[in-house]
Every structure is written in structure tokens, then in C-alpha cells.
Design a protein around this ligand. Structure first.
Ligand code: PLP
Length: 400
């Protein structure tokens, strides 16, 4: 007899719970701080690990009027899910699928003359006018066309980008819908670059408008600037991290200081629990050794899932109503904690991090333990771990 395969779902012993109501309320809090400016919710990198489409819908429900992504495939995925809100995508390499993006009505954030050339060619093949937002480097020194007059009339200059954009507008290949830039130091609002970049952006906007461009939206504020430098709001703010309830400037304020609620909770079920004597080395390389009879608890999440290997011996998890430090090395699929004499059973819930309201660590605590930023903690949680959505109209487990 041949056996029949069943299609019953097989559970994964860990999950990331995403609170969509928190995302919506965080967008509301950001709107309140932004005066008349709209909110472009940044949902790049799978919405910072929270799930692109559900997070985007929650942000729109909370009052975001735009969505922002880095990569074009992310923008196309939003359209494929039926999201019709304006979407800006700003990171491209030659050969990007601009024609597809133009057909999908995506605003293209462009930093270089070659990008405008490729977009204009794609617009001609589609017979449509491409929506373009020009990005200026006002001091970050990353992407964006270079503003400063010390540069030499090179094709990488802001003036060159503006001039070509104006010519392409005249032939209706493109329409410039926006101008934008990005801060280097928004998490330190008193740093001199914060003011200097605002002034430089005002100059760049003035130059573009003198050349005849009429952008609908001018924007520069990431999460930190939205929360600490309201004067930089222009027509839109462009927060990412704060949408998910994490603080972009932990030295200045916590999530709750800024009225934000962390949306992500990472949970696992205890796998194996065992009593061991003192002197037992734990996990690869035995970097931790038990000091007396104790209980070791194995937790089925590892660096392949996004638990940083640098958390070995440093980060804490919440189990049995207490925090316990990771004992020994984080492995690919699992790690161990030493809970002493605490009664813990297989299947019991362990919280790696969450909003902190039950005493569990936060993503910010993990970031400090590991020596990184909270952005990296949440975005690293990978596709192997199922997302569960709560607090939204379509709650429950969902494919992303
Ligand atoms: C990622 C990103 C943002 C959002 O930054 P946060 O610090 O998460 O608010 C905004 N604009 C650009 C260009 C980005 O790359």
C-alpha cells in the first residue's frame, strides 16, 4: 500500500507575533507630531521584519498616506497585494525593472543621471509618464546626487540631475513628483549636521523650483527627525523604525517616552529540559559551564532565525516569570538557558523580546546586550519563523 501524504499544517515551535493595532497607533502618534505633513510609512526589509503587506495595511489604516521601500521588488509586492496607495522606491542598480515599476504606478526615487536615462527609456517603451522623485545628498555621503558647489559640474551633481529632469519633463517622459534627502545624524538633534542638512535641502529645493520643477512632496525626516526635529517635516515625514514602535534615539527617549508601542514579540516553546550536575559545559565550545546542579532549557531558535550569534552569553530571555541569560553559544537552530532550580517544562513559552510590559526584555535590551541597534534585532528575524498577526481586521497566522 502506498501511503497518502497529508497537507495538515505542521507547527513551527516559535513565532513572531506582530501587533497591527500598535503599528496603526504608532502612525497616529507620528502624525500628531508632524503638523500638516503626511506620513510615508517605510516598509522596506519586510517592514523591518514585521511582514510587508500586513504592516503596510496597518500603517495605512493608521493614517499613513504614502509607503516607502528601498527595493523595487518590495514595491511590486505591495501592488500585487492590491495596495493602491502611493509607493516610493529609492534604491536601484542598472537594469532595474523600471518599465514594470512605471506600469505599476510606483514613484521612483532617483539619485543619478544614469537612473533618469534608464527611467526615461522605460517610460518611452511603456508610453506612460514615469513618476520620479529626485534624491539629493545634503551631507549623508551615501546615495543621492551631490549638492555642493565644490563638486564640478559632474554628472553626479544635483544640478545635472535637475537639468536632465526638467528636459525629460518637457518631453513628458517623466514628471517630478517629489524631492527628498536623508539625515546622517538625526538621532543627535543638536549635531551641527542636522541644521546644515536642513539648510542644504532648502537650497536644493529652491534650485529645483527655479529650474521649473513643481514637486508635490518634499521630505527629509526619518523616525529620529520626525520625533525630535519637527521643523524638518516639510510635506511628508518618512519614518520606518518608529512605525514599529521602537525608539530611533534611545539616548533621548524610550518607546513610551515617544508614545510608541513596540509591535513585535518573539516567542518560542521550550524544547528539552534537563537536570545536569555542576561542571557541565554548555553548547559548542563550552563557553559556559554549570557551577552546580541545575536545569538547562533548550530553546528552538538560532542564528538562522535571526537570533544574533553575538547574543551568546549576553542577551536575556523571559521564561517562568524571570529573565535568564543565554548560556553558551547561540547555534544555528537553538540556544540554551540555565534556569537554576526554576520549574520549567517542555512546551512552556519563552519570550525573547516584546514590548516589555510583562517584564520581558525589549528589542532595545537585546540591541544593548549585543552591541548593535534595535533596527538590526527586529529586521533579522527571518522567514523561517512564522508571523502571527494580532490586533488587526484580518488577525491570525498569515503567509507574507
Ligand atoms: C530606511 C530609510 C528611512 C526610514 O528610516 P528610520 O530610521 O527607520 O525611520 C527613511 N528614508 C530612507 C531613505 C531610508 O533609507
Amino acid at each position: 500500500m502506498t501511503e497518502q501524504h497529508t497537507t495538515a499544517p505542521v507547527p513551527f515551535p516559535a513565532r513572531v507575533v506582530v501587533d497591527l493595532a500598535a503599528i496603526a497607533s504608532n502612525v497616529g502618534a507620528l502624525r500628531e507630531r508632524s503638523g500638516a505633513a503626511g506620513v510615508m510609512a517605510v516598509v522596506k526589509a519586510d517592514a523591518y521584519g514585521h511582514g510587508l503587506v500586513p504592516a503596510a495595511r496597518a500603517a495605512l489604516a493608521g493614517g499613513a498616506s504614502w509607503l516607502g521601500v528601498a527595493q523595487l521588488p518590495e514595491a511590486i509586492a505591495l501592488r500585487a497585494a492590491g495596495i493602491t496607495a502611493p509607493v516610493l522606491s529609492w534604491l536601484h542598480a542598472p537594469g532595474a525593472g523600471f518599465a514594470e515599476a512605471i506600469r505599476a504606478d510606483i514613484d521612483l526615487g532617483l539619485s543619478a543621471v544614469w537612473m533618469l536615462d534608464e527611467v526615461a527609456a522605460a517610460a518611452r517603451t511603456t508610453g506612460r509618464t514615469a513618476r520620479v522623485q529626485l534624491k539629493v545628498d545634503t551631507g549623508l555621503g551615501r546615495n543621492g546626487a551631490y549638492l555642493f558647489p565644490a563638486s564640478t559640474g559632474a554628472a553626479t551633481d544635483w544640478s545635472a540631475l535637475v537639468d536632465l529632469a526638467r528636459r525629460l519633463e518637457a518631453e513628458e517622459a517623466i514628471r517630478v513628483t517629489g524631492l527628498f534627502t536623508h539625515f546622517a545624524y538625526a538621532d543627535a538633534p543638536d549635531h551641527p549636521t542636522v541644521r546644515a542638512q536642513q539648510e542644504a535641502f532648502a537650497e536644493a529645493v529652491a534650485e529645483a523650483e527655479r529650474a521649473g520643477l513643481r514637486p508635490e512632496v518634499r521630505h527629509m525626516s526619518n523616525s529620529a527627525a520626525t520625533l525630535t526635529t519637527p521643523a524638518a517635516a516639510w510635506d511628508l515625514v518618512r519614518p520606518g523604525l518608529a512605525v514599529y514602535g521602537l525608539t530611533p534615539a534611545p539616548e533621548i527617549g524610550s518607546s513610551s517616552d515617544f508614545g510608541l508601542v513596540p509591535a513585535m514579540t518573539a516567542l518560542a516553546q521550550v524544547s528539552v529540559v534537563k537536570r545536569v550536575p555542576g561542571g557541565q559545559g554548555v553548547s559548542y565550545g563550552h563557553t559556559y559551564t554549570t557551577t552546580g546542579p541545575t536545569t538547562l532549557v533548550d530553546i528552538p531558535l538560532g542564528y538562522a532565525d535571526g537570533v544574533p550569534r553575538h547574543a551568546s552569553g549576553l542577551a536575556e530571555v523571559f521564561v517562568g516569570g524571570q529573565r535568564h541569560r543565554i548560556a553558551g553559544r547561540v547555534c544555528m537552530d537553538q540556544f540554551v538557558v540555565d534556569v537554576g532550580d526554576l520549574p520549567v517544562r517542555a512546551g512552556q513559552e519563552v519570550v525573547l523580546f516584546g514590548p516589555g510590559t510583562r517584564g520581558e526584555p525589549t528589542a532595545q535590551d537585546w540591541a544593548e546586550a549585543v552591541g548593535t541597534i534595535n533596527y538590526e534585532i527586529v529586521t533579522r528575524f527571518g522567514p523561517r519563523v512564522p508571523r502571527e498577526y494580532v490586533g488587526g481586521p484580518g488577525g491570525g497566522q498569515e503567509a507574507r
